[in-house]
Design a protein around this ligand. Structure first.
Ligand code: SF4
Ligand code: SF4
Length: 347
C-alpha cells in the first residue's frame, strides 16, 4: 500500500539544532561519529536565529538544542532560547552531561542568562558509566546550582547502561554528593527526590550504531514484529514493531548538523544513514527541503511504518528476521542496503 492510499505523509514537527558535535566525554556508546567528523564546526547564533524563523514559517512550533555537548556553546544556547521564546516556539529539554559544572562561576552565569531569557524547559541529564571523563561531582554541582534558578520538576535523568543496578549505584552516589552539599536527596523508584522537586529517571540500554565497536554483551537485542500495536511500546525488551517515525504520530524532528546538513529525523542512527539527508541550510530554506522531502517515497514509507515499512516496500525481508538494539539500528541496516537504495533511488 502506498501513501496515496494510506494518506500518511512525512510530517516534521520541530527542529533540533546540533550547535556543536564536540563533547569531551566521547562515550563509547555515543551515536556521534567522533572518528569521522570535524568537531570544530558549529551553528552560530545568527544562523540559529534564521533557522528558527524558517522553521516557524514552515509550521514547526518546537525546537531542541542538542549536540555533542550543547553547553559548550553557552552564548549560542541562550540566544536560541531567547529567539525561540520570541517566536512562541516550545523548547524541549536539552541534553547535557553537566561538564559545564566544573567551573561553578561559568555555570551560574549560564543559568542566570538562561533564566533571564525565559528558559523553563529543564535539562535531560545523562548519568552512566560510559561518562568516564565526567565525574559525578559535576552532575551534583549542576543539579545543586540549577535549583537556584529553575524548577527541578522539569528535569530528567537518563541512565544508559545494560546493567540497571550499576546505574542505580551511580545514582545513590550522586545522592551522597548532593547530601554532602546539604541538599538532601534520595532515589525512590524511578524518581530522584530533592528539596527542590522530583526528577524523573529513565533507564535504557545502549544502541547501535556507535562510534566505537562495543561487544554484544553491552546491548539488549530485540526481534522485529510485523503486527501493528494499538499503542507503540518502547520498553527495553519490546519487539520493534511498525511505527511511523516521520509521520504525524512520530517525533519527526528535523536534525540540523553543525556542518549545515539537515537530516529528516532525530533518531539514534540518523547520522549513519545518508538517505535521511534532505538538504543543507547553506543552500536552501528549510521550507524548500521539507516540500521536496514530502514527495519522497522513502520519507513517506518511514512516515507510514518506519523502517519495517521501508523494508517491506524494498523487499529486504531478510533484514526483518535479525535482531537489533533499537528501531534505528534496524533503520540503519535497511536504509544502507543497496536494494533499498535502488528501490527508493537514494544514496
Ligand atoms: S555525553 Fe552524550 S554527546 Fe557526549 S559523548 Fe557521551 S553520549 Fe555522546
Ligand atoms: S527508525 Fe530511522 S527514521 Fe525512525 S527515528 Fe530511527 S533513524 Fe529516524
Amino acid at each position: 500500500m502506498n501513501n496515496k492510499e494510506t494518506g500518511i505523509t512525512y510530517t516534521p514537527k520541530g527542529i533540533a539544532l546540533a550547535v556543536t558535535y564536540a563533547c569531551p566525554s566521547m562515550c563509547d556508546h555515543c551515536n556521534i561519529r567522533f572518528n569521522e567528523i570535524d568537531t570544530a564546526e558549529e551553528i552560530t547564533a545568527d544562523t540559529a536565529r534564521r533557522l528558527l524563523g524558517e522553521a516557524k514559517a514552515a509550521g514547526l512550533h518546537a525546537f531542541q538544542i542538542v549536540g555533542g555537548e550543547p553547553t559548550l556553546k553557552p552564548e549560542t544556547f541562550v540566544e536560541i532560547v531567547r529567539e525561540g521564546r520570541r517566536l512562541s516556539m516550545k523548547c524541549h529539554r536539552p541534553p547535557t552531561n553537566c561538564r559545564i559544572a566544573r567551573d561553578e562561576a561559568a555555570l551560574r552565569s549560564f543559568f542566570s542568562s538562561l533564566s533571564d531569557a525565559g528558559f523553563s524547559a529543564g535539562f535531560r541529564i545523562s548519568v552512566d558509566h560510559f561518562h568516564r571523563r565526567i565525574p559525578l561531582e559535576y552532575t551534583a554541582g549542576f543539579i545543586f546550582a540549577a535549583a537556584d534558578y529553575f524548577n527541578l520538576k522539569r528535569f530528567a535523568i537518563g541512565c544508559c547502561d545494560i546493567d540497571e543496578d550499576r546505574s542505580r549505584r551511580m545514582l545513590d552516589n550522586l545522592c551522597r554528593l548532593l547530601c554532602a552539599k546539604g541538599f538532601e536527596s534520595r532515589v525512590g523508584g524511578n524518581m530522584l527526590e530533592t528539596p527542590a522537586g522530583r526528577i524523573k529517571i529513565g533507564f535504557w540500554a545502549p544502541t547501535r550504531p556507535t562510534w566505537k565497536q562495543l561487544p554484544d554483551s553491552e546491548f539488549l537485542l530485540k526481534k522485529v514484529s510485523l503486527s501493528v500495536p494499538d499503542k507503540p511500546r518502547w520498553g527495553r525488551r519490546d519487539d520493534i514493531a511498525p511505527f511511523g517515525c516521520l509521520g504525524p504520530k512520530g517525533v519527526g524532528y528535523l536534525w540540523v548538523e553543525p556542518s549545515g546538513a539537515v537530516r529528516a529525523c532525530c533518531g539514534n542512527a540518523c547520522q549513519f544513514i545518508d538517505a535521511l539527508v534532505i538538504g543543507n541550510i547553506y543552500d536552501e530554506t528549510l521550507g524548500e527541503m521539507i516540500d521536496r522531502a514530502r514527495g519522497s517515497e522513502l520519507m513517506d514509507a518511514l512516515a507510514a511504518g518506519g523502517p519495517v515499512e521501508a523494508a517491506l516496500r524494498a523487499g529486504t525481508l531478510d533484514a526483518l528476521e535479525k535482531t537489533y538494539t533499537h528501531r534505528c539500528d534496524l533503520c540503519h541496516a535497511v536504509l544502507n542496503d543497496s536494494r533499498t537504495a535502488a528501490r527508493f533511488n537514494t544514496p
